[in-house]
Design a protein around this ligand. Sequence first.
Ligand code: ADP
Length: 402
Amino acid sequence: MPDSSRVLVLNSGSSSLKFALLDPHSGEQYLSGIGEALGSSEPLLSWRSPGQKHSRQLDGGAAHAVVIELLVRELLEETSLAQGALIAVGHRVVHGGERFARSALIDQQVIDTIAECADLAPLHNPPGLLGIHAAINAFPELPQVAVFDTAFHQTLPRHAYLYALPYSLYRDQRIRRYGMHGSSHRFVSERAADLLGKPLQETNLISAHLGNGASLTAVKNGESVDTSMGLTPLEGLVMGTRCGDVDAGLLMHLGDALGFSLEKIGCLLNRESGLLGISELSNDCRELERAAAEGHDGARLALEIFCYRLAKYIAAYTVPLQRIDALVFTGGIGENSAFVRQAVLCQLQHLGYQLDNHRNQSTRFGAEGRISKDGTAAALVIPTNEEWIIARDAASLVERGD
Ligand code: ADP
């Protein structure tokens, strides 16, 4: 593979398309951007190349294919990309069901399987396919690679992925826990093993990806053995607008006693709950920290519940792991919120965690490092980089040609 090789990484949502052009070896980004409000009357494209930021209003109704066409026609030229340097397009695909335990070169069979998994991720897989089809049209000569959010968690043992429901629901309908954020948990696990100076295959970690969506993963000898998201991204931790774990009986109560429709319940649990729902103020952790400091009781309570649930989950993962080499914080909140990290570690002192205040306060804005005192249980901050994992997987599949 030439040293100058580049991979274009695409992450398609229903009305957005994020893209990044990067070197799969060094992770250096040459171009990154997002098309937003796609399909609406005012779609917007914004992008940055080293030292420069741009944005452009697109024609009303413009969708994924238009963004990719612009990428091909103008943006890639802007980075003076040498002919032939672009070796692959890597796609983030949310759900690979039980069919994909690793990334895959895209052919018709892979496309069909992603479509079959769409009933498990109706909001995510169809836009992923839109991006794949648009990229195949734009780059018919390039290999396309799918990198699945669920793949890293395919090592979960049965006792961790099965719900205590009638077994036929798993056998016939594939209803089980799949987990998400796999590329992020995988990236920070590899980096944590490097920082600890241990082979990944001998490293036990708890990885906390805390962004608008949040999930916790127990990594044993480099493999995911439990994770907090389930069939859907709704299970587990408290998130920006999602509730995480609730009593399943709540759903019957909302329907029967309060007359809520399924659609209304879905909206309540996914978009109106979590930090936003409790605080009645915002889903943004920064804003809640500011408001809590000024005495806003809802903000204080939302952060308290968020941190308590997280600490409780971390303690629970001592069961599958027994020995923990490091607890890793990542994602927008994990990387930046000294407040959340402190509140969580304070509740885990019985597990040997002792915060180093200076390290905790100074580790943010893309910095990585240890935030617990030397000689106590290791807590690390590691900025995630899902684009790099996607680019690396794409490059290595192309290199191996399988
Ligand atoms: P997404 O899941 O959308 O990728 P991110 O990983 O970008 O989300 O995380 C977004 C969250 O990170 C928001 O709640 C935001 O408030 C929080 N965040 C970002 N910077 C800070 C900061 N300096 N302090 C506290 N929280 C922050």
